[in-house]
Design a protein around this ligand. Structure first.
Ligand code: 9PG
Length: 510
């Protein structure tokens, strides 16, 4: 029998589990942040490069050496039972020090759940408490999606998207989602010349093919090349010295965050969502949302995750009945205000890379293995939200995944009940198109057998192979890692890697 208790209104709490902890459950802050079971003695190093910290982790705790995580921590004990400490309000962090689980709220005191029992039991108890406090998704049904990102990346055009729309034919994909690449700048959410006939006319075209138009935006970040950045410097999140807070680096530019406690920002966000709806997009993927919850000195002082939730609530309300997928989003503060939630980093057409695993020690970088690891460790969220495991691949000539690895991503999607792909229909061989068709049509019965083992109908699926955290051993590798980590902070080097990636994309599209 599980035992549990709610501890009310405490800023700091300490608990010594009934038997010695042997493994710790580390829960990452936002969609892309590493979530894993680790041995209690394992010191997971700070990921590199530093410039990406705000974009991949909770930057406030990135140098913490003790096992730690956001909102919830749990231990597997020598006795075989599990002990969980979970925050029921926002802004909390958990640490394991010696044999003690420590919970701390950053601002005011809040409530906590303490539970002991089997792994399933303690996480279900936590999930049940979160539903009561924060609510859950309104729909439990995610549409099947074609998403433009993992094939075209930013190289979309009305012409190439139109071609895909025609080629999808009888594939039962309800949503056609235009991802990053359509906007003039990050901050200027108007179409660039790739969508020359206009966003509304392109949505109408999608609708004529009997699919729902979907659109990607990153409403809480801004880059210096945007008009928004020049016109509204007073909307940006700053520190006490009035310096801009970094939200990371991407698209060859530094990223900055909007301050969602400024009323003009909230009005702008609401108007933007109304615009998206008015254009005709009923499926909306809001990305890079962590920016709304970064540490900073907000104009109307309030806890950072409450400020984020206020911004998200305004957008949710403006979006009416549209399906809202949140991505790059702080996990717990997004619950109840979205339909779908990305619970892992991006997939990629490769399994893993030595650069990311060994040299950078970064498990939030796009890659199939990184995506599977974090997503599988967050499946306890399934009753609360449509868990998004990102896209599955079918066109094997266009990726370097082994058959079993491709299949693992597909099976994870079946477990999450979120089916999406980015493969171009023209990339699929006949049998691959039938595989995709079967994937889209089947709803297997799912039985959980172990932490990483499932039975889908009568097929056994095991994700264990994706779970270990590769360690960087040896002086040579560590020295090379230090050089890579240092170089990775240079915008020029980041741009170079982006250029390499881009070259690969273009080659595939030829
Ligand atoms: C569009 C993409 C896709 C994708 C999102 C998000 O630098 N980074 O570590 C990094 C991580 C994820 C990321 C982009 C950059 O991808 O998850 O599905 O929409 O944005 O730009």
């Amino acid at each position: 029998m599980p035992q549990s208790e709610i501890v009310h209104n405490q800023k700091d709490v300490n608990f010594i589990p009934s038997s010695r902890p042997i493994r710790y459950y580390r829960h990452g802050w936002q969609s892309w942040s590493l979530t894993t079971w680790q041995d209690v003695g394992h010191r997971i190093p700070t990921p590199k490069p530093t410039i990406l910290h705000p974009l991949q982790t909770d930057p406030r705790y990135v140098h913490e050496k003790r096992p730690h995580g956001s909102w919830v921590g749990a231990v597997e004990m020598e006795s075989g039972r599990f002990f969980l400490l979970g925050a029921l309000d926002l802004d909390a962090h958990i640490f394991l020090e010696d044999n003690t689980l420590i919970g701390k709220y950053e601002n005011k005191a809040g409530d906590w759940l303490v539970a002991e029992g089997s792994e399933e039991e303690v996480f279900s108890l936590y999930a049940a408490q979160l539903v009561q406090r924060l609510g859950k998704n309104r729909t439990t049904k995610t549409p099947r999606i074609w998403c433009s990102w993992y094939s075209f990346y930013t190289h979309i055009s009305e012409k190439n998207l139109g071609r895909v729309l025609d080629d999808l034919g009888n594939l039962p994909l309800e949503v056609f989602q235009v991802d990053d690449g359509w906007q003039r700048a990050i901050g200027d959410w108007v179409p660039n010349k790739k969508i020359s006939s206009g966003m509304d006319s392109f949505a109408a075209k999608i609708r004529r093919s009997a699919r729902t138009p979907g659109l990607w935006l990153a409403p809480l970040i801004v880059t210096p090349s945007s008009n928004l950045y020049r016109q509204h410097p007073d909307w940006l999140l700053r520190d006490k010295e009035n310096k801009l807070i970094s939200a990371g680096f991407n698209w060859g530019e530094p990223l900055f965050a909007l301050d969602t406690t400024v009323s003009a920002v909230l009005e702008w966000l609401s108007a933007l969502m109304e615009q998206v709806l008015a254009w005709g997009y009923d499926y909306v993927k809001l990305d890079f949302l962590y920016a709304g919850a970064l540490p900073g000195a907000r104009q109307n002082d309030m806890p950072r995750e409450q400020a984020y939730r206020q911004g998200l609530r305004i957008m949710r309300e403006a979006l009416g009945d549209a399906y809202l997928l949140t991505c790059g989003a702080p996990i717990i503060p997004s619950l109840g205000l979205c339909d779908g939630l990305r619970i892992g980093p991006d997939v990629a057409s490769h399994w893993s890379s030595t650069r990311d695993d060994i040299l950078l020690g970064n498990f939030a970088i796009p890659g199939a293995r990184n995506a599977i690891r974090t997503t599988v460790n967050r499946l306890w969220l399934n009753p609360l939200v449509c868990s998004d495991s990102d896209v599955a691949y079918f066109a094997s000539d266009k990726n370097t995944l082994a058959v079993e690895q491709e299949k693992m991503l597909q099976d994870l999607a079946l477990i999450c009940k979120t089916k999406a792909t980015s493969d171009l229909p023209s990339w699929l061989r006949e049998e691959e198109r039938s595989d995709l068709m079967a994937f889209l049509q089947n709803t297997p019965k799912i039985v959980k057998k172990g932490r990483y083992q499932y039975i889908l109908d009568d097929r056994q699926v095991d994700f264990s192979i994706a779970m270990p955290i590769p360690k960087s051993k040896g002086l040579g590798r560590r020295a090379l890692g230090a050089i890579f980590g240092w170089a990775g902070n240079s915008p020029l080097i980041l741009k170079f890697f982006q250029w390499l990636g881009d070259r690969e994309v273009k080659k595939k599209l030829k």
